[in-house]
Write a protein that binds this ligand. Structure first.
Ligand code: DGJ
Length: 695
């Protein structure tokens, strides 16, 4: 519900457990008032400043919803622009608002120049997540050039320092978490690589005295896959502010007369504890952001050929793999890189999306038909935004890549990035993919992107510093158009594993490839970081042959880790013994039984691989009748043998049954959550999948 106090110009966004409150002061300036637990609505008011001094100005001290650059405001701003007469200050004054039960737009105008800024908010039933974004409009005759255009600013209530959780990852080590206590100054997490990538995440999680179940946790995630910036600060008065949006590094956007622009949205929330944060976001993204086609459908178990066959694919070998995959229960067979053009390794072929006739003399359809006859759907890898110099496409259109005439084009993995801001490039990519999907029975596309951008802008002269936004938008638009024309085909965002899986990507793609690192122990950390603010169901997790020299993880252990997301198999099945194949079959059968709980349930992180040596993650169905917990021990020390484990998320008054370590328990939810059961951890790499069912 949105409550508006028209006399005092106060806006209260009320969600089931929180209030988000802001208002307009006497000068027409937007002022943030409160975010967190609910208070009586009549108590809210704007704090009147009275101690303006030459060195500490009130403007600098205000908590604001959206801060323009200029006047005596010296801290971080959210919007910075230059008007046609070179003026670079913006002075916003309240104009009016429009609201209904779930959305609110508050309009401000510059006091002199033809600029309108609208702050937009949306709330959702049964959720504490709030959507925010900003609209700017040029209502004049001359252009306005923006140098910064963030989506939203947040001010946190406590004057004590907050600890920020973000990621400091790299390829193969994605979503590795960091904790930064911000006592003063600035902290920043961003991407300058053209797209979101393996380094930082486009979100903030700011907490005080928090653990999984308690403490104040404020969070917001930007739904955008281009260059982003999350900038947090704490001033000398103890106020912590965070701004999120398109990165202003190498950015400018010109708004011509009459034009308007919507920033990418941000989704934010306040919860008690990190666990509830994850559960709220998981439910929200699945319900409201994921493309509708597959959002409510359990994802199939897939097989992917990459780790088995690399670039060296051919019809006979893929059919052989497909036969074994079908036997163990795989539902979707995906052929990865290597099937097209002159692709023998990573030096050639990208851009030439026709099937390689030597590898597939009977075309793609012979393989697809064989896969279909085995009872599986067929999926295909493609990397549409890229081109190798050694390709027909590059020879025909060298000008289609990002480039500067007098600079060398930087190749990474021997490939260049196509300039997706060009209409002809967009048309080529859409037509190529549309033709592939029209001609062949392809039910799944793995859309890869294996390098960051460079030499950006040459062919995009009108708005060169918007390339990252325009490229991102082109990708989203093509994916949306493909989905409209081929509603039965799911599309995965791959990006070298974990490189583009922000909430923007997940508003268009159905799922993401989490990481090329499939080492089960490393995956415990990678998957934890991924699933903090992203839905479990989108997290593709494969069982592969990487069992690690120093980490002899059994096949069962690897399954116990991969089953905590959308399960896939990536090992070379042709080399598996009949015993191994039986283990695969058993686990895939089990996964099919529990996947709805994992993919749609609530996650409880009960024990942590880093702090507890043992990881225990439990998923609980929405009706609390079914639950599954995965116990995976990284290794235990100090003769630790028996540990009591308590479960989470169950109904206190319901009786449940579970069988574990040869013993069957029939206990109430209250007992399982508060007393728990003692388990014997039998050494390193011990693992168990525990099924809990209401009696
Ligand atoms: C990177 C992906 O993450 C891998 O799974 C695989 O598809 C390769 N690219 C293929 O080049």
């Amino acid at each position: 519900m949105i409550k508006i106090n028209k006399e005092n110009y106060l806006f209260i966004l009320e969600t089931p457990n929180t209030h988000y409150v802001f208002g307009i002061d006497d000068a027409g300036c937007n002022r943030h008032i409160h975010w967190g637990r609910k208070c009586p609505a009549d108590d809210y008011s704007i704090c009147i400043g009275s101690d303006e001094s030459s060195n500490n100005t009130m403007l600098d001290e205000y908590k604001q919803e959206y801060t323009p650059f200029g006047l005596t405001m010296y801290r971080e701003c959210d919007i910075k622009a230059q008007f046609s007469d070179q003026c670079r200050e913006i002075q916003l004054a309240y104009c009016d608002y429009a609201a209904d039960d779930s959305s609110l737009s508050v309009r401000f105008k510059d006091t002199h120049y033809p600029l309108e800024v609208v702050l937009n908010y949306r709330i959702f039933p049964h959720s504490d997540i709030i959507q925010r974004w900003t609209t700017v409009r040029n209502t004049g005759e001359t252009e306005i050039r923006f140098e910064r255009l963030f989506s939203a600013q947040f001010s946190l209530p406590s004057t004590k320092p907050y600890t920020f959780r973000n990621t400091n990852g790299a390829w193969g080590g994605e979503f590795v978490e960091t904790a930064t206590r911000l006592e003063g100054g600035y902290a920043m997490w961003d991407s300058r690589k053209g797209a979101t990538n393996h380094g930082h995440s486009p979100h903030f999680i700011a907490a005080q005295n928090a653990d999984e179940n308690t403490g104040d946790v404020y969070f917001a995630s930007l739904a955008y896959s281009g260059n982003f910036k999350v900038s947090a600060s704490r001033d000398s008065f103890g106020i912590t502010r965070i701004a999120l949006g398109m990165n202003d590094f190498d950015f400018s956007h010109t708004l011509l007369a009459g034009e308007s622009f919507d920033t990418p949205p941000v989704y934010c929330g306040y919860t008690q504890g990190y666990g509830e944060m994850t559960r709220q976001m998981n439910r929200f993204v699945t319900e409201h952001l994921l493309p509708k086609q597959f959002a409510q459908t359990p994802l199939p178990v897939l097989y992917n050929s990459w780790e088995a066959t690399g670039f060296d694919v051919n019809e006979a070998q893929q059919i052989e793999l497909a036969k074994i995959a079908a036997q163990i229960g795989v539902e979707l067979f995906v052929m990865d890189d290597g099937w097209f053009g002159q692709r023998k390794d990573d030096h050639a072929g990208l851009g030439d999306w026709y099937v390689n006739p030597e590898k597939f003399p009977n075309g793609l359809d012979a393989l697809i038909q064989a896969v279909n006859e085995l009872g599986m759907d067929f999926g295909l890898w493609i990397e549409p935004e890229m081109v190798n110099k050694d390709s027909d496409l590059y020879r025909a259109h060298p000008e289609w890549t990002y480039h500067y005439r007098h600079r060398d084009a930087c190749e990474l993995r021997n490939q260049l990035v196509l300039n997706m801001t060009r209409k002809d490039v967009q048309d080529y990519i859409f037509t190529t993919l549309d033709t592939l999907l029209t001609k062949h029975n392809i039910k799944y596309i793995k859309w890869d992107m294996n390098r960051p951008f460079s030499q950006t802008g040459a062919e995009n002269l009108e708005d060169p510093k918007m390339y990252s936004y325009l490229h991102t938008k082109a990708v989203y638009d093509i994916v949306d158009k493909l989905k409209e024309r081929h509603p039965g085909t799911a599309i995965e965002s791959c990006a070298s594993g974990g490189g583009r899986c922000d909430l923007g990507a997940l508003s268009h793609f159905d799922q993401a490839w989490t990481s090329d690192n499939t080492d089960a122990i490393d995956r415990l950390a990678i998957q934890k970081g991924y699933a903090l603010l992203r839905p479990t169901k989108t997290m593709r997790a494969w069982v592969t042959d990487i069992s690690g020299i120093n980490k002899p993880c059994s096949l069962d252990f690897r399954f116990a880790v991969a089953m905590q997301g959308a399960l896939g198999i990536g090992g070379n099945l042709s080399h598996y013994s009949s015993t191994d194949l039986e283990i695969c079959k058993k686990n895939i059968g089990l996964y099919k039984q529990i996947r709805s709980i994992v993919q749609f349930g609530d996650l409880y992180r009960l024990l942590d691989h880093d702090t507890d040596e043992v990881s225990l993650n439990q998923y609980v169905s929405a009706d609390k009748k079914e639950s599954v917990a995965f116990l995976t021990a990284r290794g235990t020390r100090f003769y630790k043998k028996k540990i009591p484990i308590c479960f989470g998320g169950l109904d206190e008054n319901t009786r449940y049954t579970l069988t574990f370590q040869g013993q069957t328990y029939k206990k109430s939810g209250a007992y399982l959550m508060n007393v728990g059961i003692a388990v014997h951890i039998r050494g390193a790499y011990y693992n168990e999948v525990i099924l809990i069912q209401a009696l």
